[in-house]
Write a protein that binds this ligand. Structure first.
Ligand code: SF4
Length: 374
């Protein structure tokens, strides 16, 4: 489909426009935390004590860590616990089961995360970058460009704060546990590779090095940076990979997902197959269904065929009804078209479901709240 975009797109992988935040305890390895603690005149064992408070009890303020000597709490706070983010706006939807928070970071950058409660589990959608350089034309975040990468501490703090929110019963009035993390908020996680992998380890390692959430409950979503997908596979983790494909043909994908000009559908699916083989996990294919753009029956068939050929039984398609951004010409497909699309993918032997659109009424497609605020 030609003519979707009026101007050529500049992809922006690196060039952050603003500065990274001060170092936080959550940026450090266990060893580095120990040496920092010793530099503050405390014995090494205090490092694990602080980490247990942080990851285990979700305590982010050393002044409240009563097992630390009172005379040292202020120094620990100053050295290791700068305030990385402050809530700017909370929005609720789905009878209070979805909460979207807009955060202001130390340099004024805006960031968002979405917490969704389901029966028996709670999922946090976190951002890995402020803004995004991938320039997908249907996405609010993509229109604003990349502000900067998030630090490990900024990603870990999103998780800690959400876990505390769940524990304290602040989502639909009932105590619960944060069980799942998806890197599907603002940004392309694999463009901030090193910090995202560090963050995954802090999410999944047991205390005192992390929150102890199962790797199987963590999903990393990418637009298809093929070499980084292979690198992630070689990390030998069992996190789920989700690839935002959005169309099975290069002609349209070059426009819908401009990074396709660098790594074609075939290269992306090859990398996804490598990931499935190494991790033993099914890869999720994300497909935002857009009226009259990528919702044709022939595309559904082509999608099913290509996925079956590349990934066999190691794939699942999530169809996502597009959540149109304000003022956008893009729209969701009608329900009948959507059902037909799903049916035709399944006919090719590939499981396909429509993703729950929790949070849609509060603009929970990636980046929309921050885009509105800008
Ligand atoms: S859809 Fe995802 S990858 Fe594309 S511009 Fe938006 S945030 Fe970036």
């Amino acid at each position: 489909m030609a003519g979707i975009m009026a101007t050529p797109v500049q992809l922006n992988f690196t060039a952050p426009r603003r500065g990274m935040p001060p170092t936080h305890m959550a940026d450090l390895t266990r060893e580095k935390l120990q040496t920092t603690i010793q530099d503050l005149g405390l014995p090494k064992f205090r490092a694990d004590q602080i980490a247990r408070q942080y990851y285990g009890r979700l305590q982010g303020d050393p002044r409240e860590m009563t097992d630390l000597p009172e005379s040292k709490r202020e120094a620990v706070s100053e050295a290791l616990f700068p305030q990385l983010m402050a809530p700017l706006k909370d929005t609720e939807a789905d009878d209070g089961e979805t909460r979207k928070t807009l955060w202001r970071l130390h340099d004024g950058t805006l960031l968002e995360s979405v917490l969704m409660r389901y029966p028996g589990r709670a999922t946090l959608c976190i951002s890995s970058q402020a803004g995004c350089g991938m320039a997908c034309p249907f996405c609010a975040t993509g229109q604003g460009g990349l502000d900067r990468n998030l630090s490990t501490g900024e990603m870990v703090e999103q998780v800690r704060l959400a876990a505390a929110t769940m524990r304290d019963g602040e989502v639909s009035g009932e105590e619960g546990r944060l069980s799942n993390i998806v890197f599907m908020g603002m940004g392309e996680p694999l463009a901030n590779y090193k910090r995202v992998v560090e963050t995954i380890r802090k999410i999944t390692n047991p205390a005192p090095e992390g929150f102890g959430i199962s790797q199987r409950n963590v999903t990393v979503s990418t637009v298809g940076l093929a070499p980084a997908i292979r690198k992630l596979a070689d990390e030998e983790m069992s996190v789920r990979l989700a690839v935002s494909l959005h169309t099975p043909d290069d002609e349209l994908r070059d426009e819908l997902v401009p990074v396709n000009n660098r790594w074609s559908v075939e290269e992306v699916l090859d990398a996804a197959r490598y990931y499935a083989e190494k991790s033993g996990r099914r890869v999720s294919i994300e497909y935002a269904l857009i009226r009259d753009i990528n919702d044709q029956a022939w595309r559904a068939e082509l999608l099913g065929k290509k996925l079956h050929g590349a990934l066999g039984s190691k794939v699942h398609v999530n169809v996502i009804p597009l959540n149109p951004t304000p003022g956008s010409k893009w729209d969701a497909s009608p329900k009948e078209r959507q059902d037909e699309f799903v049916r035709r993918v399944i006919e090719q032997g590939v499981p396909c479901t429509v993703r729950d659109t929790k949070g849609q009424e509060i603009a929970a497609a990636c980046g929309q709240l921050a885009a509105e605020e800008r």
